[in-house]
Write a protein that binds this ligand. Sequence first.
Ligand SMILES: Cc1cc2nc3c(=O)[nH]c(=O)nc-3n(C[C@H](O)[C@H](O)[C@H](O)COP(=O)(O)O)c2cc1C
Length: 212
Amino acid sequence: MFSNIVNNDFATIVKERRSVRQYDENVKISKEEMSEMISEASLAPSSANMQPWRVVVVDTPEGKEKLRPLVRFNTLQNDTSSAMLLIFGDTQSYLYAEEIYNTAVEQGKMPAEVRDRQLETILSMFPTLSKESKVEIAKIDSSLFAMQFMLVARAHGYDTNPMAGFETDLIAKSFDLDEGRYAPVMMISIGKAKEAGYESVRLAPNKITFWR
Ligand SMILES: Cc1cc2nc3c(=O)[nH]c(=O)nc-3n(C[C@H](O)[C@H](O)[C@H](O)COP(=O)(O)O)c2cc1C
């Protein structure tokens, strides 16, 4: 992890991130580097550390062709990016609970008694939640992953565009995922910018903050 960082300046990573919609089509990102970016983004926090984010990396001409009719007005990103990432939230993330918590104990990061207590709580609560709550938790956590991925991408010298404009009811099935289990969250295009993104404005803190 963190062996391919080309920009380690936090302020420029955050301040100069823009949604980029047109990329240099000749740029490929290796599986190794993509996996590295995914594991760096996975350092994001999540409810009970269940890490419900799941990613389909679409980086082949066949995959892009399959995705094209599902991306609505976002065809330029699909056609020119190095990859389109389809982010899903796993509503059955608790199936990995034992693996995650046992590994924490094995690595000396958590006492066994804490694991036992946590697992008991997680495994008695998560599976009994309503579908709506499971989807909501999976989407909140996966959005934190998505944001972290976009910043990690900048540190690797790439640009991104988060997108909600796609066929949410078709995307899981089209890429062979169980649509009852995996909730679509967003797509992220990634590549080297061919055309810079627009500067955009933000509301002032006094418009978005309630002090009590
Ligand atoms: C959840 C989400 C969905 C978005 N969907 C789209 C989209 O479908 N197509 C698109 O071109 N941009 C999309 N955007 C990008 C926004 O338009 C952009 O983030 C916003 O205008 C601020 O610009 P900036 O990202 O350059 O700072 C989306 C952004 C977010 C966070």
